[in-house]
Design a binder for this molecule. Sequence first.
Ligand code: FAD
Ligand code: NAP
Length: 335
Amino acid sequence: MNILPQYSLLEFNTLAVTAVAEYFAQVSSDQDIVECLEFSKKNKLAVKVLGGGSNVVMSKFIPGLVVQFCAQDCNVIKETEQSVVVRVEAGFNWHDFVLYCLSQNWYGIENLAYIPGHVGAAPVQNIGAYGVEVKDCIQAVNGVYLESGQDFTLLAHECDFAYRESCFKQALDGKVLITSVEFLLSKTPDVQVSYAPLNQMSAEKGLPTPGELAQWVVDVRQAKLPDPKVLPNAGSFFKNPVVSIVEFNKLIERFPSMPNYPQKNGVKLPAGWLIDQLGYKGKAFGPVSVHKLQALVLINQGGAGKDVISAANQICKAVQERYGLVLEQEPRIFN
Ligand code: FAD
Ligand code: NAP
């Protein structure tokens, strides 16, 4: 393992922001982690953990030691006739893991196909798509506390998972390196096609197998979402707000065509629709533009840095003025 000074992270963030880490290291063993923590203590450097860089907005200069965990082992640790528990190291590419599970006839995460990033980041924001959240298949998360170097294991119920949330974005934010995740997967298919595009396809073609469903998800996503390699982006830039029934009733009176999704704790409103209604699809804010097919996605048209946050702030302000709702940013500030 090498600890590299003044290292460009341009290739390590899907928004393609020109960023330089004071130090950068790719680690893949316990020994590498110990060395990095010793180096950071000796040089009084903060340690910052990066996965695939698909959910971060980087600053131009990132002080401290940026660590990317790259190990990719995947082992079955328990198996019954009905299910399997598989421990996957954090550096495994998420979509490759979805495909690997399908090849083994292990089910539960097929709706999460084609989400960029690494397995280690999946619990951080409890990744979700098409009505499935990863928390429902996570049994435990293993890692290391950056301050003490101590190992930890958190069972799923200890991770405070919620809608695009977990303790790794709250109490443990910046304090841990997740080294592996344990998934409990079923051997019995149970395909979830409640979201409109999947529902329509199953009405036309019949209920899919899990493998077919994953392919449908890939097809829908490829048709609608920009490929970060072509149009650099960090996915949905804002979370969908969840409002109280009282607030919802007031809003729907003013905006009768507003799509809405009742939840246990209120009503979820699609932030993309709110932004779209402002006429922002395709709109440019300097070098940042709103994607023309999905208003939730901000594109770096080239050379954007602070402009990303400035564009996001302008969009938030406009949404607040029109609807009285405060949008919450989804990608993490990495500085
Ligand atoms: P990074 O962006 O590198 O990191 C994200 C955060 O997690 C950072 O705070 C980082 O410090 C922390 N982190 C990363 N790895 C570790 C680790 N090993 N230990 C501790 N902390 C860690 N998200 C969804 O939920 N659903 C989607 O459908 C979805 N679609 C997307 C589509 C596109 C085109 C893009 C660009 C993004 C999309 N995302 C989606 C967001 C993103 O892909 C996910 O949040 C993903 O899990 C981030 O993984 P990453 O490895 O790139 O994490
Ligand atoms: P979409 O189908 O245009 O729907 C817009 C929003 O409405 C979604 O954000 C979704 O919320 C919500 N929604 C739609 N149908 C719903 C239903 N039946 N029940 C409850 N909520 C419903 O969304 P999209 O942009 O094409 O994305 C499709 C899926 O991929 C979504 O689940 C989305 O979260 C996920 N995705 C996430 C990211 C990211 O970076 N986080 C990026 C791209 C896609 P939810 O977001 O809560 O599902």
